[in-house]
Design a protein around this ligand. Sequence first.
Ligand code: UD1
Length: 393
Amino acid sequence: MANLRIASMVGARPNFMKIAPIVHEIQRTPGIEHRLVHSGQHYDQQMSESFFEELHIPKPDVNLEVGSGSHAWQTAEVMKRFETVVLEWKPDVVIVVGDVNSTLAAALVAAKLGAQVAHVEAGLRSFDMSMPEEINRKLTDAISDLLFVTEQSGIQNLRNEGVASERVFLVGNVMIDCLVEHRKLAAKSEILRRIGLQKDGSSARGYGLLTLHRPSNVDDPEVLRDILSTIAQVSEKMPVFFPVHPRSLERIRQFGLGSYLAEEKSGAAAGGIVPLPPLGYLDFLCLMDHARLILTDSGGIQEESTILGVPCLTLRENTERPVTVEQGTNQIVGRDPKKILAAAARVLESERRPVRAPELWDGHAAQRIVRILLEKYRPELLRNATRESPHRS
Ligand code: UD1
């Protein structure tokens, strides 16, 4: 019986924590040959390599080294280079995760060459086609054979788009698998001490944590200035740490908005918006876990804060992850300064709510995914495994 050949594509920072649990589960499963392909969309130590080291992701078998560029260029370059890999290695299945340009590029190549495409984190919709990620999600889902979904809204979205239900599976959230696995280790991070906080994250006033990188928030000078000036007001109540994404740093410099930021080395003592370099996974998880308040335009952080039980204000007009609002601690506040300030004030006055984990966000999503892949494409392997080890569920 032939092994199941799976190629997985990763490209940008939010892909790495999603692929880690899947790769580890594949490594534990006999009968699967796996190749990990890195598109090189994110390429530097802070945005890519540190995640491979901390999350014990094996070194990619292939690095396409595309780097940065316009969307068309980046997507096309990943496609050209990934096509060679698929033609040479002939995977049965290509796994793509999330919604970045590398996700769509790999899915398109695989679908055209007749490989099965499995999309992890399928079905999420912001219904905002000005977001490049929304275009990537819709197109990737349209050509995927298996759609692995994190929350009920995704099931409903795919149903509304006419996707056959046999292709759709609610499996939970691999990003939460990664969080569950690393939370204890993250608690040992030295980051709190490095930025001038007590080991348990406490300071007289607590602290906020800001991330910002969406083109709609950082590419327009007025919009970015308004956001920074609003967060600066929040930071009068407590320091707000801001690990700055390279795209945002470039814009802050270009638009001359550096005066909204405190000195990086000033740490918690000075207050204000304290910039930090992009952080590794464990440091960032530790900072999130102890924060009083998170302000973000990221997708993944809305999910992580839900499980950590930390109040999250999402600086966007919509979310593709509604369960984080319905069950989690997330509020969609957009960019209206009044709304942001009122929501932040309410959070600071109230007690932390108990965590309500969405359905199947239990740390076992990757197991479900790999099992479904075997059931679909190599059911005989599962039968053999059950015969050899009757206790394996
Ligand atoms: C990409 C994803 C977005 C994801 C985000 C997380 C798409 C369409 N967008 O956006 O969904 O939330 O990653 O980070 O795929 N840069 C570096 N070092 C790196 C990588 C990038 O300095 O390792 C710089 C680039 O030179 C460029 C900027 O960051 O100026 C943007 O990188 P890019 O990958 O094009 O898009 P992101 O904005 O990061």
